[in-house]
Design a binder for this molecule. Structure first.
Ligand SMILES: Nc1ncnc2c1ncn2[C@@H]1O[C@H](COP(=O)(O)OP(=O)(O)OP(=O)(O)O)[C@@H](O)[C@H]1O
Ligand SMILES: [Mg+2]
Length: 377
């Protein structure tokens, strides 16, 4: 079996990960509509912001800003080079996100065996759950630490064989190949990969270890993860995102996509007069599917596992829609907060307002750079 060259990680970061080297690293989030990059370095155990930037991909594929794309490796390389130039990126090492849509995550139960045996069992077990030939994917896995106490022993019964929970992750090899090609062509060295939702959670999770839901609303799709005690237990993809509202506005009002995108950002769900309220209601109709689905996932998980999810963390550019936190709160009936990812790194005081607003968008890139800084400790 091929050695996995991507990474899933337990999110609870250990206290011993004090930074040592002073090397600058990048976190590169190749989204479907926007590429984001951040460069940080370690200073006295803290991650310090050096530079950051973002670039819309639409124009590289003949589409408008805000639209999801499916570009060739060469086009993505062109865009990344432009972004690196604009943002003055100088680091040549870092972490890069892999799309959740190219991954399959399955939580399974296995008997407690040693690592060697486990490595043999996983590919065999994975075949049962992965709907494509096992030769087309690379596998990685994570043993989920036990929570709670030991199961009570029943007198007279033979001791049960101990079980462990394992999260198996399969990534399509053709996606890994494309990403490796991109990395080589932009001249990055010693790069690690991580599935995007793991990165955004690292950047936005606080000390609170209670069950939480993370929603990342991109242009074309919305990614959801349920996290218990800092560990991803469940992921879900909703095949709609923020561009739905732009397209709906453009069609309903017979205006260009570019104008519709501008309107969406300016007015959002908070239209003030009659005309604006009409715009808001079109946006709302196009956004409701995502939150109906998110609520279905939330309720389903709560019922199945007999737990309560107390908090929802919003990330991704789509959640910047004006009025969205209040709107999503109505659907999800729980506390809803923005992912404040820049608070995990040292930033200049004069930028703090801007960066707090940009936090949800940059959560994947920031999570990736934090991962990289931890790795080099
Ligand atoms: N201020 C804003 N108000 C409303 N929508 C916004 C705002 N800023 C960005 N968006 C929307 O967010 C979307 C892009 O979000 P994001 O950058 O998270 O996508 P992505 O990472 O490229 O997508 P994915 O993660 O699905 O690959 C676009 O559809 C854009 O219209
Ligand atoms: Mg994204």
């Amino acid at each position: 079996m091929e050695i996995p060259n991507f990474d899933i990680q337990q999110l609870v970061t250990s206290a011993k990960s004090l930074f040592k080297k002073n090397e600058s690293v990048i976190g590169l989030d190749i989204g479907s509509s926007v590429i984001k990059v951040i460069q940080t370095r370690k200073e006295q155990g803290r991650a310090v912001l050096e530079t950051y930037g973002e670039l819309a991909l639409g124009p590289y594929g003949g589409l408008d800003v805000g639209r999801a794309t499916n570009l060739s490796a060469d086009k993505i390389v062109e865009a990344i080079k432009d972004l690196f130039r604009e943002a003055n990126i100088t680091a040549t090492t870092g972490s890069v996100s892999l799309p959740l849509s190219s991954a399959l995550l399955t939580l399974i139960e296995l008997p407690m065996v040693d690592d060697e045996k486990l490595a043999k069992m996983i590919p065999v077990e994975a075949r049962k759950y992965i709907p494509v030939p096992i030769t087309e994917v690379s596998l990685d896995w994570l043993i989920i630490p036990k929570s709670g106490g030991e199961e009570p022993k029943v007198e007279g019964e033979a001791p049960k064989q101990e079980k462990i929970q394992v999260m198996i992750v399969a990534i399509q090899n053709n996606v890994l190949k494309k990403y490796e090609e991109i990395i080589t062509k932009i001249g990055l060295k010693d790069v690690s990969f991580e599935i995007e939702i793991y990165s955004s959670i690292r950047a936005t999770i606080g000390r609170d270890m209670s069950p939480m839901m993370f929603i990342d609303m991109g242009a074309g799709i919305t990614k959801i993860a349920i996290v218990e005690q800092g560990i991803i237990k469940n992921v879900h993809i909703i095949s709609r995102g923020s561009q739905e509202a732009t397209v709906a506005l453009s069609r309903a009002l017979n205006i260009s996509v570019a104008k519709a995108e501008k309107m969406k950002r300016e007015i959002g769900l908070l239209g003030r007069d009659e005309e604006e309220r009409n715009i808001s209601s079109i946006i709302e109709a196009a956004t409701s599917y995502v939150f109906t689905e998110a609520n279905r996932v939330l309720l389903g998980y709560q019922n199945k596992n007999n737990i309560t999810i107390n908090k929802v963390v919003l990330t991704g550019g789509g959640v910047l829609l004006k009025g969205l936190p209040e709107y999503s709160k109505k659907w999800l009936e729980t506390e809803v907060v923005f992912g404040d990812s820049f608070s995990k790194i040292e930033t200049p005081a004069f930028l703090q307002g801007v960066l707090t607003d940009a936090g949800p968008e940059f959560s994947v890139a920031i999570g990736l750079s934090l991962k990289r800084l931890q790795e080099s400790s």
